[in-house]
Design a binder for this molecule. Structure first.
Ligand code: CA
Length: 377
């Protein structure tokens, strides 16, 4: 894929014929026969359900075949269609083919589509707490977010908040740790950020704003040109693999390690009625397939970022770390952003407290295990 190019229910009812044995000379046999007939009818209704083909509409915020996110959803659709023996057919509608990219939440909420694949931080305008399910600056890694979701209360909080919008979410991938962005000039101290125009969304953007940066929001297709022409001085995107496809290295050679998006969740979210109407078997297939997609996308980012980083350094990209004073100021700025948002939104406060306490517990373990190991291997 080049830089600029960046899917009713129909019933196939099994014809069933029900033989009812009837023996007039034997009352007991007649009674037995009625019981048997009832049982057969019950079994038949199960068979009929099994042969019903469920057709679901899934719209995404990504273009068709978009690397990792788009192709990952395509794999999910194939897995569900195959695992269900064809009893589920998901029709996939990439970005803007049925629903505009950032209208998928509302479309699923209203029941115009059954499922969407996107990212929770796009909906922070509806409820700022949603951005926390995407991850947080200086927050949890992808592994920690998975642990919090499954075993720390994350899923319960997320599903409770989304239920007000008639939605039922699953994790549907994770970008894994993101890089800190591309800069045209080196950042040697906090003062070098003053007045810089940078494309950086979400909570990270709010933190950068407190450091003197002018955060700019631009559609994906306009970022490269804006950076090339100096309309912006810097941009973050995702990680080496997707960043390389965007070509940023050609116009901004300084590539910084990140702290603003350490593990951004992607979501596979169902209209709540569409989810409730699925059979137990179909729910099970969906859940397992979503989990597979969640894991595989995360690993795909890890693998492809590793190989892409080498290509980028071979092209002369200069790897950088933010200076200590920038990191220190960013942590303090984050505290202000969290305090303000928590005072304005009780949902934000609740989700933040859950995520934050889980992070502290996880950190106490990872500090003596993973962190030490990574430093010595
Ligand atoms: Ca990003």
């Amino acid at each position: 894929m080049k830089r600029r190019d960046f899917i009713t229910t129909s019933s196939a009812l099994a014809a069933g014929s029900f033989l009812s044995a009837c023996n007039d000379s034997n009352r007991q046999a007649i009674d037995y026969s009625k019981i048997k007939e009832k049982k057969e009818k019950k079994l038949a209704s199960i068979n009929i359900n099994k042969n019903k083909k469920v057709i679901l509409k899934l719209a995404t915020s990504w273009p068709a075949h978009f690397p990792i996110m788009g192709t990952g959803v395509e794999e999910f659709v194939k897995r569900v269609n195959t695992s269900s023996g064809g009893s589920i057919e998901i029709k996939l509608y990439p970005k803007n083919t049925l629903i505009p990219a950032l209208a998928v939440f509302d479309a699923a909420s209203a029941g115009e589509i059954d499922i969407f694949h996107s990212g929770p931080y796009y909906w922070k305008g509806k409820n700022s707490a949603f951005s926390l399910f995407s991850g947080m600056p200086f927050g949890m890694t992808s592994e920690e977010i998975n642990a919090w979701m499954y075993f720390g209360g994350g899923y319960e909080l997320w599903r409770d908040l989304y239920s007000h919008y008639n939605l039922y979410p699953f994790m549907g991938g994770n970008t894994n740790i993101q890089m800190g962005g591309w800069f045209k000039k080196q950042i040697n101290s906090l003062s070098d950020l003053d007045g810089l125009k940078m494309r950086v969304p979400g909570l990270g953007g709010e933190v950068f704003a407190k450091l003197g940066v002018n955060p700019v929001l631009l559609p994906a297709g306009e970022i490269y040109t804006a950076l090339e022409r100096g309309v912006i001085d810097a941009t973050e995107w995702v990680g080496p693999y997707l960043d390389m496809k965007m070509g940023f290295y050609k116009v901004a050679p300084y590539y910084y390690s990140g702290w603003h998006e350490p593990g951004s969740i992607l979501e596979l979210t169902f209209n709540k009625n569409s989810w409730s109407n699925l059979s137990l078997e179909h729910k099970s297939i969906m859940e397992a397939s979503a989990q597979e997609m969640n894991s595989k996308m995360t690993y795909e980012f890890q693998a492809k970022n590793a190989f892409a980083l080498k290509e980028l350094t071979d092209k002369g990209v200069m790897l950088q770390s933010y200076p200590d004073d920038v990191v220190y100021a960013a942590k303090n700025a984050l505290k202000e952003v969290i305090a303000l948002e928590s005072s304005k939104n009780v949902d934000f406060k609740k989700v933040y407290e859950s995520a934050s306490s889980f992070l502290q517990a996880s950190k106490s373990f990872s500090d003596v295990s993973l962190k030490k190991y990574l430093n010595i291997r």
